[in-house]
Design a protein around this ligand. Sequence first.
Ligand code: ADP
Length: 620
Amino acid sequence: MIKSLLIANRGEIACRIIRTARDMGIRTVAVYSDADATALHVRRADDAVHIGPSPARESYLVGEKIIAAARATGAEAIHPGYGFLSENAEFAQSVIDAGLIWVGPNPASITAMGLKDAAKKLMAEAGVPVTPGYMGENQDPAFLAERAAEIGYPVLIKAVAGGGGKGMRKVDDAADFVEALASCQREASSSFGNAHVLIEKYIQRPRHIEVQVFGDKHGNIVHLFERDCSLQRRHQKVIEEAPAPGMDEATREQLCAAAVRAAKAVDYVGAGTIEFIADASDGLRADRIWFMEMNTRLQVEHPVTEEITGVDLVEWQLRVASGEALPKRQDELAINGWAMEVRLYAENPATGFLPSIGSLDHLAFPEELRIDTGVEEGGEVSPFYDPMIAKLIAWGQNRNAASAELRNGIDGTEVWPVKTNAGFLGRLLDLPEFASGDVDTGLIAREVDTLVTPPEPETDELLEAAALLCASPGQSPVSAALGFRLNAPSRAEARILDDSGATHDVVFSEVDEDHPTADVLAFVSGFARRYVLAQPRGSGLGAVGDGAILSPMPGRIIAVDVTAGQSVAKGQKLLTLEAMKMEHSLTAPFDGVVAELNAEAGMQVQVEALLARIEASAES
Ligand code: ADP
């Protein structure tokens, strides 16, 4: 058995691999870029090697640096995770040439499946049904247009070297073919350095169904059943589940047998996935499911397979790489229950899913779910890498149970201030089509408006949550970062300003006078809000702690009573902020000097803007 393992990856998958390696008594070595110096995967590993600047092409994608790190730390094997160098046959070969163990398939298998056209031809020869289409050498536009007409519109033009949903064009009408072809070829050559395309029949009501396969170095190959990954946004998976809804035993058997044939055709070793596309306009039928491509690595969504089979796929990878035979025979593998996974992303659905980068000041996950993550509270979502925060994985006796468990888990997920797709994911699970298993790859796009626009949260619900949180300040999730302090009597009437600018009057009872409860986070149905309590006119708002005078709410500075460098006494008025049609005085929290002043009369300020900083005088 391998005794030490270098993980050539980061984030959740590096942490996932480290977890199993540790359980198996294998020493782990992490690699990291500048941006990841304090990342979780680095802290979890026994050893860690810095491999360069933050951009992946200068660190995680540089094979020589990774091999050098393995040499320097005495690691015997390299696990590539997914993405980065995981499907790079050249890298796999150089790992082997360096005398190290490559935790993955033979480089030749990666190459055979690397280009979509060659892979399809190989699969067709092995008796695996492939999507009808043209996958030949001739790239003449007029010739390809003839093939498209033969296949019948709509067709899909696909870059043979494409990946990640890039380099694809759907064409509905012969008149648009030539232009779509040219644009696809341009994208293919700039993104993948290869302009070759293939033409495929565009499948109506497509469902994405994939089969997990596993091979060892002794010629054994098994499958671990299917996953359904039909819920996609722009060809990227959003929810994955296993098994596939509506799959009957006979169809499953035929599909999984085809997947094993596919793996055998390339002498597959290790964990792999055969992706199929199904035309689900008439349910799932074996004669309407076709090979799409093979991923020669561990998949992001592997946990759902683990949950229904009880197999630790990373453990199998490490055993197989060490030369052991597969731990189980096909007849020892069975499906138990149902599993579902959602990908929680740091992105804002309301702004077209733009990544939401920044620090994770507050991060809490529900305990009932399996959470695969690479970050902790206080960590960062870095602009350099994929902004996935975590995978939330639920298991249940049946599909409804798994989905209900996941739905609760989404509600119990708390992330701040980074924005997430949690609300979007929750609403997706709530769709009647999803609930009934009537899924296809177009569902999200058809429903995107409802999914993206949150139904205005029940004000009562939110206020209740906020009031509850204020009333019990010791309880999470109350933000620890407080800009000001509430001089509250045991019963206070306060005005709450929410992020959207709306104000709400609420009564708080039993406010703990010693506990600053001015700043409160509320999470309702994947919807995150921060509340700032406003004081009635005339009462002094003062900074606490380090002397930072932060704007307690968005507003306008109407007067500044001090100048930089001036000495001030505790309680002295510093400036006046107008917000919510009220004036608020900000006062000095202790005796000191105005060390920093960023406020000017007339200025608009955001919540938490640093307006001034008081430095305590020596004697105070
Ligand atoms: P990539 O390698 O870029 O991920 P794939 O070939 O795996 O590309 O296809 C990605 C997704 O595109 C599939 O999951 C499916 O949703 C859609 N797709 C691919 N081929 C077809 C097709 N022939 N008809 C309809 N949709 C397709």
